[in-house]
Design a protein around this ligand. Structure first.
Ligand code: PRP
Ligand code: URA
Length: 209
């Protein structure tokens, strides 16, 4: 699929396996989510714009490339997407952070919006939307719709685990955005949870249930 990257790096696969384990506790789970986000971000941000700046080395003055960092916005989908933000900020500390609050109705599995705040202006920025789980794709499609309605154009969506159904839905709704997936799982169950998945990502990050 064009514009879709599914990672096969052994470090990412190893850490995802640790995430899946129901014996993995909150503190380790949080650290793993952040580390995986950073490893995925390293690849997803390889086309970040550079600008030449003047630097004085001990030998001479030169023009040398640096990330035009103010061009990046990270937009987590609340709550679980928050867990990935620090992994991206470790790579680009000057990035701005927006928030999109969505929760899935337990019966219909449809997303409901409860909070949205994006950095302004959004048009010129590379926008990295984070959410560890891409299940039915409803939340991801709604988040990207919202960002586009506000003028966002250069959008990357990062999820750690995706179901085939959700990946296809997001790609069909927004074929122009870059989608990065840590692992493509088998399917959704009758409750729209990813199988084998890792359970409820938000609850495991924040220790709720
Ligand atoms: C989870 C997850 C995604 C969404 C994925 O969030 O973090 O946002 O479900 O499902 P979908 O692809 O079927 O829309 P949830 O609604 O449980 O909220 P939470 O992060 O606040 O727990
Ligand atoms: N949200 C989660 O947190 N886990 C799933 O498997 C599906 C949606």
């Amino acid at each position: 699929m064009e514009n879709v990257t599914i990672f096969d790096h052994p470090l990412i696969q190893h850490k995802i396996s640790l995430l899946r384990d129901k014996k993995t506790g909150t503190s380790e789970f949080r650290s793993l989510i952040e580390e995986i986000a950073m490893l995925m971000g390293y690849e997803a941000l390889r086309d970040l714009p550079l600008e030449d700046v003047e630097v004085e080395t001990p030998i001479e003055t030169c023009m040398t490339p640096m990330i035009a960092g103010k061009k990046l916005a990270v937009v987590p989908i609340l709550r679980a997407g928050l867990g990935m933000v620090n992994g991206i900020l470790a790579l680009v500390p000057s990035a701005k952070v927006g928030h999109i609050g969505l929760y899935r109705d337990e019966a219909t599995h449809e997303p409901h919006e409860y909070y949205c705040k994006l950095p302004s202006p959004i048009e010129q920025r590379t926008i990295v939307v984070t959410d560890p789980m891409l299940a039915t794709g409803g939340s991801a499609v709604a988040a990207v719709n919202f960002i586009k309605e506000h003028g966002g154009r250069n959008i990357k969506f990062m999820s750690i685990i995706a179901a085939p159904e959700g990946l296809q839905r997001l790609h069909e709704a927004h074929p122009d955005i870059q989608i990065y997936v840590g692992h493509l799982d088998r399917c959704l169950n009758q409750d729209a949870y990813i199988c084998p998945g890792l359970g409820d990502a938000g609850d495991r990050i924040f220790g709720t249930k």
